[in-house]
Design a binder for this molecule. Structure first.
Ligand code: CP
Ligand code: NVA
Length: 320
């Protein structure tokens, strides 16, 4: 059966753990792979230790929205795994002129070995997957961002040594990132507090499913209350891609939801501050927090590469 990665539930807890273990190995391998100037001068050969499980395989990266990290991480992941990435932008392909997703998907299936798709609606993502005979990976929709969550989980585990038994706090919009955190909480049995304004909660169906799966999940209005004793604090933009027309109303609704230094003081002294990026300093997070000692956002961004490799390896059932 074709292995699609449309949401974290397509992986499940056991596979998520295996992917994170593999991503850790890939991270260590890549770090040790960089030759030092001294070793090069000593004439030592460059053994990057890399394996090439995607050798001879092509992966289409189909993007209908802007991206820096997701495109970079997937493109470099495919290259470093020995495959060939093909970036397809909706604005320069026939998709932008109305060619149906289903037809695009059928054509991609005849040419490439996997597809990563960034789009707006879940329906468009599903249409891509339902018409594809090769794995489709969700590179972000309005509803979720599972590939980012894998990187977030890898970062937390690397900094704090574990995932369970920590207090996770989401502050801000109940958006695609928040939904994926809720899904992760359900799958992995995490404690998650979401602080958001009324009307901006995560998807209620996702919240109910996570609670049924065993997450300890609460939604509160006061970010200071949420941050008390937090081990992980995550936030994201207040205005996601596609919501530009709601700017004024959103700015008003999210006043008071900024991750400030005062808020971090209430958290654990070992708190891990995350932001999937891009960030707006002074809007959803203060500069002194994102550029401060408890921020791990650059590790989090780097983790996109290692987790993308692990996810591609899983989807393509490629040998490690
Ligand atoms: N975090 C993230 O997905 O970033 P990009 O939008 O730059 O890909
Ligand atoms: N919530 C943001 C995430 C960007 C990576 C957006 O959808 O624009």
């Amino acid at each position: 059966m074709t292995r699609h990665l449309l949401c974290l539930s397509d992986l499940g807890a056991e596979t998520i753990t295996k992917l994170l273990d593999h991503a850790d190995r890939l991270l260590a391998r890549r770090k040790s792979a960089w030759p030092t100037w001294a070793s090069l001068m000593a004439g030592e050969g460059v053994d990057d230790g890399a394996r090439r499980p995607l050798s001879g395989k092509s992966v289409a990266l189909v993007f209908e929205k802007a991206s820096t990290r997701t495109r970079l991480s997937l493109e470099i992941a495919v290259v470093e795994l020995g495959g060939h990435p093909v970036f397809v932008s909706s604005s320069t392909s026939q998709m932008g002129r109305g060619e149906p997703i289903a037809d695009t998907s059928r054509v991609l299936s005849r040419m490439v070995h996997a597809v990563a798709f960034r789009t707006s609606s879940v329906e468009r993502l599903k249409e891509m997957a339902e018409n594809s005979s090769v794995p489709v990976l969700n590179a972000l929709t309005d509803a979720s961002h599972p590939m980012q969550l894998l990187a977030d989980l890898q970062t937390v585990r690397r900094v704090r040594g574990r995932l369970r038994g920590l207090k996770y706090v989401w502050i801000g919009d109940g958006n695609n990132m928040a939904n994926s955190w809720v899904e992760a909480a359900g799958l992995l049995g995490l404690e998650l507090v979401v602080a958001c304004p009324a009307g901006y909660e995560p998807d209620p169906a996702e919240v109910n499913r996570a609670k049924q799966r065993g997450a300890t999940l609460s939604i509160v209005r006061d970010p200071l209350q949420a941050a008390a004793g937090a081990d992980v604090i995550s936030t994201d933009v207040f205005i996601s891609m596609g919501q530009e027309e709601e700017q004024a109303q959103r700015r008003a609704a999210f006043a008071g939801m900024r991750v400030t230094a005062g808020l971090i003081e209430r958290a654990s002294s070992e708190v891990v501050v995350l932001h999937c990026l891009p960030a707006h300093r002074g809007e959803e997070i203060d500069a002194e927090v994102i550029d401060g000692p408890r921020s791990f956002v650059w590790d989090q961004a780097e983790a996109r590469l290692h987790t993308a490799k692990a996810a591609l390896t899983w989807a393509l059932e490629a040998d490690e």
